[in-house]
Design a binder for this molecule. Structure first.
Ligand code: F6P
Length: 560
């Protein structure tokens, strides 16, 4: 084992030992013994607060977490990230998504094998081009092939080329009286998805954005071809130039698709797919919400970048959020993380964070190429609150394994039903309190006795009502959900992921694990053609299960 791995191992052992102290997993006694606990375990950045006091992290545990951060070289990592060094070591790339939201003259650079690039200036130039395009579409100076203005924008992309733009577009447009265009998203290659979208769309008034960093993704290529056929079928071949735009790093492949040069918005490979909503991949966001809001979202993310870069570790929100998660994963052994945003405008946030966190930190090999001797990313899931309370929260309260939760809430809703928002907030706070407090059998028995239940009923029912409590959660509370705070919130999680990746000693910016499935799918696809087209190729070279499934599939389709 290398020395850095050994140092981490020792630090993780210390964390585990602290959790195994008598009462080391309990939360409520920490509140009982420290009236200032909430204040001491809450950090703020402007109106944004992170309360991580409802966890079993005490001062000793916090010191041990910072000792791990020191052993992992977190401060050096943070400097290297912002210096544009190749922190994405396995792909030999910088991870310079911060340049997409930094001022063009900020000097942020990306040090790549091909040379050093002025990342902020490059991003700024492309942003100017995006802005001119967006404003021309809104002004009606850029129109469709029939001369009609565009009312709808269809973004075709998947993974990072879909989830980030989708959560941001929804967050900035749901409930807004100032929506510039209707946004639609096509990601799955399932034919039903496009059929459903097409129902409500007029091709003459639809702008199609093909968002793909690589421009080689199977689903996106097939969906782009289907959309092209749809536009051509309705408006003729010449309409393609007017109705399509491409958002990509792969300018060669874009040219081959027949996209007009003015309609190509580029970014560089120092932007990871799951960090690309701030790049041209997010073009749908200003088209739907307006340029000013998009810029405010970038400003919010940049504000979080500066906070992460400059704030001391002990007051640094991404660092603290990351450390709270490390405690849950590596000291307590929790395998999951639940995300509950009490805001319908953030209903796609869990889906975005699933990719952000699990594609980034779902790794089992360290940067030195060794197997980690510790767990890495937990499994994320979530739903909007309060909906979640009426589905899976039963398990979170009473299941056999603790599930840490992040509660996310704005104090001001921005709609005209203050009572509804108070009800939402009451539920968020109550869930966090209930998880921590639980309810003992003694309390339940007393409550049932008071309510006049028979002794037999009390004996039979009381054990089922016990909630053990002492279950951890964070609460992220801020003033209001606007474009600025959306950018800030998403960037908070991006940097949390970077912090955790550093502490786990892994490359948070690659995604080799998704490649094998893609390769095999490319091999199987031709094998699913009707047999007549592939005579003599009936064994396919798979295991017997996969071969049988292929045969069965074709038999059911009458193509065996
Ligand atoms: O399969 C995973 C992935 O490579 C993601 O990392 C990425 O966001 C997504 O596919 C889409 O890739 P692209 O933007 O290149 O089409």
């Amino acid at each position: 084992m290398t020395q850095p791995a050994q140092n981490r191992m020792t630090a993780f052992d210390t964390l585990r030992a602290l959790a195994e102290r008598p009462g080391g997993r309990a939360i409520t006694p920490l509140f009982a013994s420290d009236p200032n606990r909430a204040a001491r375990f809450t950090a703020a950045f402007g109106d944004l607060t992170l309360d991580f006091s409802k966890s079993s992290i005490d001062d000793t545990a916090l010191d041990a977490l910072f000792a791990l951060a020191a052993a992992a070289g977190l401060e050096t990592f943070r400097q290297r990230l912002f210096a544009g060094e190749q922190v994405n070591e396995t792909e030999r790339r910088a991870a310079m998504h911060m340049a997409l939201r930094a001022p063009a003259d900020s000097g942020l650079k990306a040090i790549m094998p091909r040379g050093t690039e002025n990342a902020a200036a490059m991003a700024g130039a492309e942003r100017d081009k995006m802005r001119a395009f967006v404003e021309a579409v809104h002004a009606g100076t850029i129109r469709g092939a029939t001369g009609q203005t565009f009312t709808d924008v269809l973004t075709i992309g998947i993974g990072g080329s879909d989830l980030g733009p989708k959560v941001a577009t929804e967050a900035l447009t749901i409930g807004s009286a100032d929506v510039k265009m209707n946004a639609h998203f096509l990601s799955n290659v399932d034919g039903h998805a496009f059929a459903e979208i097409q129902k409500g769309l007029d091709p003459a008034r639809t702008l199609v954005l093909v968002a793909s960093k690589t421009f080689t993704t199977l689903e996106t290529s097939m969906n782009a071809a289907a959309a092209r056929a749809w536009i051509v079928g309705a408006l003729g071949e010449t309409a393609v130039a007017a109705h399509f735009a491409a958002l990509s790093t792969n300018l060669k492949a874009v040219a081959a698709f027949g996209m007009h040069q003015d309609r190509v918005f580029a970014f560089q490979d120092w932007v990871g797919g799951r960090y690309s909503l701030w790049s041209p991949v997010g073009l749908v966001i200003p088209l739907a919400a307006g340029w000013d809001k998009f810029q405010q979202m970038l400003d919010g993310a940049w504000a979080m970048d500066c906070h992460f870069r400059d704030a001391p570790l002990r007051q640094n929100l991404p660092v603290l959020l990351g450390l709270a998660g490390i405690w849950n994963t590596n000291a307590l052994g929790c395998a999951t993380q639940c995300i509950l945003a009490y805001d319908d405008r953030l209903r796609r946030l869990p889906a975005h964070l699933q990719q952000l966190e699990m594609e980034s930190n779902g790794k089992h090999v360290t940067l030195a190429g060794e197997r980690t001797g510790w767990d890495t990313c937990p499994i994320l899931f979530g739903e909007p609150g309060t909906n979640a309370q009426h589905s899976f929260m039963q398990l979170v309260h009473q299941g056999t394994r603790p599930v840490p939760v992040d509660f996310i809430l704005a104090a001001n809703a921005g709609h005209d039903r203050p009572d509804a928002h108070r009800a939402l907030a009451a539920n968020a706070f109550a869930q966090a309190e209930a998880l921590m407090r639980g309810k003992s059998e003694t309390e339940i028995r007393a409550e049932m006795t008071k309510a006049g239940a028979s002794q037999a009923d009390i004996d039979a029912i009381a054990p089922h009502r016990v909630a053990v409590g002492e279950r951890p959660s964070n609460t992220i509370l801020f003033d209001r959900l606007d474009a600025f705070s959306v950018g800030r919130l998403i960037a908070l999680y991006e940097h949390k992921v970077a912090v955790q990746g550093c502490l786990w000693g892994i490359d948070s910016f690659d995604q080799w694990g998704v490649e094998l499935g893609k390769q095999l799918a490319n091999g199987i696809l031709p094998q699913l053609q009707p047999s007549a087209e592939r005579p003599g190729a009936q064994t396919y070279g798979h295991d017997s299960s996969t071969t049988a499934l292929i045969h069965r599939f074709k038999t059911l389709r009458g193509e065996a």
